[in-house]
Design a protein around this ligand. Structure first.
Ligand code: CU
Length: 240
């Protein structure tokens, strides 16, 4: 090839490479700026759940529902979750998950468990087992799934299968924070295993357009805490 053409070819290649690099940089910059502005606009919603007597309610699930649900939020919320059986109890006793998530139920006890649910949102049974079952259970329908064990009547757990990716569970002080909510209007509701009446009646509205933080408080009417008396369990620490 004549030297002139080679030179032109080299120049053209160099130009193309530079253009590609510039385009790449611009795209990266746009992505970074976009992510930064989205993060800056996202809001935190602090929630406080109390009972009718004003006492903090632990293990309440608070769900925020908005019209615009980014696929990334769903992807981040959906996952492989774990509910242990420790000392013949479900740990945690209340587990909120995103619909489409699966839950593994490892048995950490020296006794066998037979975990089941008859709840419409998920009917299943794990045959009597020790250790970790081979397969997780897929929760593909929103709703509350009450867990039991055929061997230990007092074992009760709750999987709260949320249709929205924005949910949180309250701590011992009755509070929790829903983080990174995109700016929009939300219907926010609270649920608890002892909630009296329909969960939808707890709904409150939050407008997070132009707000970086907001707060809501819920007062729930709860049934008395009645639990099935435990029997001594071989290999458990409860009867020490
Ligand atoms: Cu059991």
């Amino acid at each position: 090839m004549p030297p002139l053409f080679t030179a032109i070819e080299r120049l053209t290649t160099a130009y193309a490479t530079a253009r590609l690099a510039a385009a790449g940089l611009l795209a990266l910059l746009a992505l970074t700026l976009g992510a930064a502005s989205t993060a800056a606009r996202a809001a935190d919603l602090r929630v406080l759940v109390k009972d009718a007597a004003g006492r903090p309610v632990e293990d309440a699930v608070v769900v925020a529902v908005g019209a615009n649900v980014p696929a990334a939020a769903v992807q981040a919320a959906r996952g492989n979750e774990i509910i242990d059986q420790i000392d013949a109890e479900f740990v945690p006793r209340v587990k909120p998950i995103m619909v489409g998530s699966s839950v593994m139920f490892p048995n950490k006890d020296n006794v066998r468990h037979q975990v089941y649910s008859f709840s419409p949102a998920k009917v299943f049974e794990l045959p009597l087992y020790a250790g970790t079952p081979a397969r997780p259970v897929l929760f593909d329908k929103a709703g509350v799934v009450v867990l039991g064990c055929n061997i230990h009547d007092w074992m009760v757990g709750y999987v709260y299968v949320s249709e929205s990716p924005w949910f949180v569970k309250t701590g011992a002080d009755g509070s929790a924070v829903l983080r990174g909510l995109p700016p929009q209007r939300y219907g926010v509701r609270a649920w608890h295993p002892r909630l009296q009446g329909d969960e939808s009646t707890t709904r409150e509205d939050a407008d997070l357009q132009g707000e970086s933080t907001a707060a809501l408080s819920f007062t729930l009417r709860l049934r008395p805490d009645v639990r099935i008396r435990r029997a001594p369990v071989a290999g458990s620490h409860s009867h020490y």
